[in-house]
Design a protein around this ligand. Structure first.
Ligand code: UD1
Length: 338
């Protein structure tokens, strides 16, 4: 079965391509390499022994998207990762984000509706919940007004798919709402490759540990949490990748209950920033240079998933601990800097 992975050279996309190939799927990757490198293909090949088909393409070019799907009309499912994801940049360049994240989704939906199989998994985010009123967060929690154009593209993306599913029974779709992905493949052949100064916590920690950054700033220790720092649900990227494989199998095997479904993908437990730092210190046997600074604008206090629905319906559960995920992130950081 042929599965298209858009953004398949990116962080989550590349790990998902590996898990799809491990599960016996034929993978085609589209990526524009704007935030990734063709070298990632070598990593996927070394892990799986198979080089996925690859087309370098800008999905904002509608005629290119049409050409691609005419050529590959036997595609049975699409996992759509390709998107811009920097929250701060999205505030500066809203139109770029709406174009990159929404036009591409619309073009793909238009084309897969012409195929024999119209199956799609969409990369959504726990950002749609904002600061949820109760923890852990279930899929029924209200979607809150988006804090940024990036967050809004995830909400609107879900709405585009939901509305299309309503009038198109043939379309089968699942949105996966990711919590905080981290880590790397255990082989250290693929991992996260942030461009410039990392905005996310874990790559900033590992880059500080390896000496590339001087010091980690911990954004606030006066939140109403056990140690005063924010709580997030950090999920190993390989666990997250496996969730895509089971979600795709669910729609391919017609085990889905409705033609549009939403699942949280997290571990179900929250960790504070200081707990993440101590996990790093434990697995790396290094002490991390950090200091407490003021709160970061737009940060929510706490977000962790209720994963009951994914556990039950997808028969999926995150397996790695925070320490295991951190160890993989650290091994990867050491490997790319050596
Ligand atoms: C961020 C994005 C979110 C996106 C997610 C993907 C924002 C506001 N949100 O979420 O939309 O889906 O990444 O992974 O950017 N921290 C520090 N020091 C740092 C970096 C982070 O203390 O240098 C803290 C933050 O305050 C936060 C936690 O670490 O409490 C996690 O931060 P981050 O990795 O940026 O993820 P989110 O803010 O949860």
């Amino acid at each position: 079965m042929k599965i298209l992975v858009t953004g398949g050279l990116g962080f989550i996309g590349s790990h998902t391509a590996v898990e799809l190939q491990n599960a016996g799927f034929e993978v085609i990757i589209i990526d524009d390499c704007s935030n990734s490198s063709e070298k990632v293909l070598d990593g996927i090949t070394s892990i799986t022994g198979i080089t996925p088909l690859f087309e370098k393409m800008d999905l904002r070019d509608k005629s290119e998207v049409q050409r691609f799907f005419k050529k590959h009309s036997d595609i049975e499912g699409v996992i759509h990762f390709a998107a811009s994801k920097a929250v701060g940049e999205s505030v500066e360049k809203p139109l770029l984000y709406y174009e990159n994240n929404l036009n591409t989704l619309i073009y793909i939906l238009q084309e897969i509706l012409k195929l024999k199989y119209s199956n799609i998994i969409f990369s959504s985010s726990c950002t749609v919940y904002g600061q949820a009123d109760t923890m852990p967060i279930t899929e029924d929690a209200p979607v809150k007004p988006a804090e940024s154009p990036y967050g809004n593209t995830k909400q609107i993306g879900e709405e585009i798919i939901r509305d299309t599913c309503k009038v198109t029974p043939n379309l089968q779709a699942i949105s996966l709402r990711y919590f905080n992905p981290m880590g790397a493949h255990s082989s250290a052949m693929i991992g996260e490759l942030p461009v410039g100064v990392p905005q996310n916590l874990v790559p900033f920690i590992t880059q500080t540990g390896v000496g590339l950054r001087e010091q980690l700033s911990v954004f606030g220790d006066d939140y109403p949490t056990p140690d005063g720092t924010c709580i997030r649900d950090y999920i190993h990227v390989v666990d997250l990748a496996k969730a895509h494989v089971v979600a795709m199998k669910r729609i391919l095997n017609k085990n889905n209950k409705e033609n549009y479904e939403v699942f949280n993908v997290g571990t179900g437990s929250g960790s504070t920033v200081l707990e993440v730092i101590s996990s790093f210190e434990k697995v790396s046997k290094k002490s991390l240079n950090y200091k407490i600074v003021g709160r970061r604008d737009g940060d929510i206090i706490s977000a962790y998933a209720d994963t009951t629905k994914a556990n039950k319906e997808l028969n999926w559960k995150a397996e790695s601990s925070l320490d295991q995920a951190m160890k993989s992130a650290w091994d990867w950081e050491i490997k790319i800097r050596s």
